[in-house]
Unconditional design. Structure first.
Lengths: 502, 102
């Protein structure tokens, strides 16, 4: 089997057994990026030199018998809103075109401790604000399944890189669906962890009470192994919780007792709730039938399914955008053209440095969200919008809490449609926002979710579903996703070269 | 919610963004659409509902105030758009002769 056809854990296993060197693994991917990378434009920065240096260093640690993560030596791509010391980190914005972080994000430190080899920084919607990777200053990223379609977003570069086999796994960030939706659009698996379980130190802040770093890969085992490396308390992030990191070896051994990897492991006793009203509103027939079909598979595997209604679904999107934009307007006020970032040449006094630099440095969608956020926080409108949204957020969280007294998890679509055409929606911001209906509640409530492939539409484009659980129930979600993937092969399908769909 | 030209100017000021006429017109249309949609929240009675600012009730955990970073003057300054010697270079921020501080 070619290196690029293997999962991240398979590559890690070969490296551990000395059947493959860290340098060979990195080289295979770096060559592929150089030769084929232009088509999908998944990367903003390729870290060729640094990656080879890391590969040599990790190889020495392996040769010395150091106990590293099962992903030691495996190349990884990282979303370009996560700071990498000495390597340009742009958030896909003109504002940060020359920004070289003087420090590593905590997740990057942990990746290096575990022996990861970072091969590049991936494209995204500017400051992670978008669902299509079309708002990047560095050009759009294309969906490897159909080059005329969007890869989703905002972690679209990470998703396209894995789908095009230009990286075996990747880090993304999820504020309102930015890991899950591109995974659904590109036939990948992704984990949006419980808020607070992964440190945000070094993640460029968009909406701090919603942002969470997570993992993306070809199957849930890869994502789980990567989550184990990056999760756990960090004193540099005061919102990171005092919980142990996700324990991958423990997870693997608990699977083993249960017949790991074999198709006879079952989901007996697992109660899955299917929110009926998620399937009534604006969802394409294909996505609806494909996700419901996946429900039947879960039933066949031993789970009990029950329909129910989640109240207040239609209020999640407006509440989300008010809160996210409010936090964004505050977070992005740091970009003032003084200590780092773009500074306009036109400015003639201090105020003009602020106004001109921000006006020239930020793109259209970022400006829109800053303005919306400034408005909802402004005197006179604060109560009607921001305070109201925070109250609605509480109601949404409570309705999920109640749901999880009855069910172990919720089965839901990720996006109402499959990937759409490039340029198809970008001029209509409201339509773009409405497409986030199934993902934003998870962030508002701080819950974990796993997105995974469950079939294809008639256009050959992938359909994803998500399993949503109560806070810190990652292991239950991962385990259910793993059983599903042991019994299906949707996640093993890859795009035909040239992106003509399945 | 009626978005007036004055309100757009005010929001631009709050956001520290200078908007072209075309941008203002676009912002007016987009904000009108989006805020009209957001008014949907008024359908919900939230009287007495608690505002939720954070997913969990747990308090922030502060670390001890120990200095853990090295001196990184060079790495910091290399990102600055204007540098003079070892300092960030900016326009004068106190009153300038004949020019009022705005």
């Amino acid at each position: 089997m070619e290196i690029r056809d293997m999962t991240a854990l398979e590559i890690g296993d070969k490296i551990k057994k000395r059947e493959l060197s860290c340098r060979e693994a990195a080289g295979d991917y770096l060559d592929a990026i150089r030769n084929e990378g232009q088509t999908v434009n998944a990367y903003i920065t390729v870290m060729e030199e640094e990656a080879y240096r890391q590969a040599e260093a990790v190889q020495r640690r392996i040769d010395q018998g150091e106990d590293l993560s099962p992903l030691a030596g495996v190349p990884i791509a990282v979303k370009d809103n996560i700071c990498t010391k000495g390597t340009k980190t742009t958030a896909a914005s003109k504002m940060l075109n020359n920004f070289i972080p003087p420090y590593d994000a905590t997740v990057i430190e942990r990746l290096y401790q575990g022996g990861a080899v970072i091969i590049g920084k991936t494209n995204l919607d500017e400051y992670a604000m978008g669902g299509s990777t079309e708002t990047s200053y560095y050009g759009i990223t294309r969906n490897p399944w159909d080059l005329d379609k969007v890869p989703g977003g905002s972690s679209g570069g990470s998703a396209a890189a894995i789908a095009a086999k230009l990286a075996p796994y990747a880090l993304g960030s999820d504020t309102g669906g930015s890991i899950r939706q591109p995974c659904a659009f590109c036939n990948l698996t992704g984990i949006k962890p419980t808020y607070g379980s992964v440190s945000r130190y070094g993640l460029m802040a968009y909406a701090s009470s919603l942002d969470q770093i997570g993992t993306m890969g070809r199957d849930v085992k890869d994502c789980a192994a990567a989550l184990a490396v990056i999760s756990g308390h960090d004193s540099k992030d005061s919102t990171s919780v005092m919980k142990n990191a996700f324990d991958f070896p423990k997870f693997v051994s608990s699977c083993a007792k249960d017949g790991a990897g074999s198709s006879d492991r079952k989901l007996a006793g697992l109660k899955i709730g299917v929110p009926k009203n998620y399937f009534d509103i604006g969802i394409s027939d294909e996505v609806k039938s494909t996700v419901l079909e996946a429900g039947k598979t879960f039933e066949m595997l031993g789970a009990t399914l029950e329909e129910f209604e989640i109240p207040a679904v239609e209020y999640a999107v407006p509440a989300y955008y008010i809160i996210a934009c409010a936090e964004a307007s505050s977070n992005l006020s740091r970009y003032d053209g003084i200590k780092y970032g773009y500074r306009s040449e036109q400015a003639k006094d201090l105020m003009e440095i602020f106004y001109q630099s921000r006006s020239e440095g930020f793109g259209k969608e970022v400006k829109r969200r800053i303005m919306l956020g400034s408005f909802v926080l402004s005197s006179g409108y604060f109560d009607a919008y921001y305070k109201k949204a925070l109250q609605v957020r509480g109601l949404i969280k409570r309705s999920f809490d109640e749901t999880f007294t009855k069910y172990d998890m919720i089965l839901s679509p990720v996006s109402p449609t499959t990937a759409y055409r490039i340029g198809g929606q970008i001029e209509d911001p409201l339509a773009m926002y409405l497409a986030d209906i199934y993902t934003v509640s998870v962030n508002l409530s701080g819950l974990p979710a796993v997105a995974l492939p469950c079939g294809f539409g008639s256009d050959g484009m992938p359909v994803g579903m998500q399993l949503i659980g109560k806070a810190f129930s990652e292991e239950v979600l991962i385990s259910a996703a793993d059983v599903y993937q042991n019994n299906t092969d949707y996640h093993k399908q890859s795009p035909v070269k040239g992106g003509q769909g399945k | 919610m009626k978005i007036t030209d004055d309100l757009i100017d005010y929001i631009g000021e709050l956001s520290r963004l200078k908007l072209s006429d075309e941008e203002k017109a676009g912002a007016k249309k987009d904000l009108t659409d989006i805020l009209n949609y957001m008014d949907k929240l008024n359908e919900l009675d939230t009287t007495g509902a608690k505002e939720m600012t954070h997913p969990f009730d747990e308090a922030n955990r502060f670390r001890n105030e120990d200095s853990i970073n090295d001196d990184q003057r060079e790495a910091m300054l290399q990102n600055a758009p204007g540098v003079k010697g070892d300092y960030f270079k900016v326009f004068k921020t106190v009153e300038q002769e004949g020019k009022e501080w705005k």
